[in-house]
Design a protein around this ligand. Sequence first.
Ligand code: NDP
Ligand code: MG
Length: 383
Amino acid sequence: MKKIAILGITGSIGISTIEVIRLHPNDFKIVLATSNNNYSKLFELAVEFNIPELVITNSALQQKITDIPKNSDLTFGENELQRKIESVDSDIVLNAISGSAGLRSSITTISKGADLALANKESLVMAGHKIMKMLEHSNTNLIPVDSEHSAILQAIGNSTPDEVLSIILTASGGPFRDLPMSEFKNITVEETLKHPTWNMGAKITIDSATMMNKGLEIIEAHWLFHKSYDDIKAIIHPQSIVHSFVEFVDGSIVAQLSFPTMQIPILYALTHPHHIKSTIPKTNIIDLPNLNFYELAIERYPLYDIAVNAGMEGGILPTVLNSSNETAIDLFLNKKICFTHISRIVEKQISKFHNFQDPSIEEIIKINKDVYIQTKQDYKSLI
Ligand code: NDP
Ligand code: MG
């Protein structure tokens, strides 16, 4: 039985992981679970799965919470989260925290040497150079949870990077794929939160609508699969059935397919390198809709291009990209800015920044915070 720590258990990936574990009660034991605010869901799961260790990262809740599940030990705060990742005996840590807040937990997991099932793509976006270096000297296996990267991992199998000619990520195109660009400025928060094929947390749903998500995934693929940016591209595939393609140097192309459910890549991340028997609903090829593939119209998605360029520049720029984007999304969700302002804010913040290479984790965390504060303060002058 594998001992699993689930960070961000109350989110969309966390709950999909719970659904997978319910189907496989004899394969996995949850030894640590965390949330940021949602303690009632955390406690409900702690009772159902008899989870011994819980962390709530928002320490302001410490005064408020009294009724703790009787078989669980509960602690509060970000530092305590790192201490528990380090001290609780786990085989694999699933990092499903959203946004830049997930970075420290990825680093702690690798330092400890447990396997890391990584949904938190922002860790690799901000600190891919450091994470890949750390992995060279660690016992950690890093296994992506993101459906595209899970597909690429499966398609590559045991082939070396030299055998791979190119990686082609698929993107649904989001809810505004066919909307005339002249109407982009009127897009509402509610419309943006309705993704056509996936049901996800708010931040990644907005990133999918702006296509920032695919830009972040290109950066993620660059680090995970050791390919240059010139060899990775994204195409539109509205049905979200083919999760990505790998093209080999001999002309062969391998794809991975399934109906869009995160349960399959989550289960594979927890059982890699093996596929285990599961009752997750199967994909019947005969029932598949027609599959379409289109070039990605860059002019519709400025953030895709901005993200890929920031990835190519490297250094601290991907952190500035990620932080200004996270802040702009907060502002959009709070209806302080409109949809088209998100890309404008990110573009302006990146163009102002003096890049430098090989930032340390401490520099990344500091600049991430500085950019957040500064973007929040000055956003009116950036739109
Ligand atoms: P959600 O917003 O649904 O969930 C986020 C989780 O992280 C919640 O448990 C939340 O706790 C916790 N959390 C939020 N802020 C903090 C913080 N500051 N410190 C610690 N914990 C925090 O996100 P998703 O599940 O959609 O996404 C999680 C990650 O997985 C993201 O990086 C996303 O890009 C990636 N991903 C998601 C996919 C999906 O289908 N959803 C697909 C592929 C990748 P609380 O509930 O208490 O607020
Ligand atoms: Mg994805």
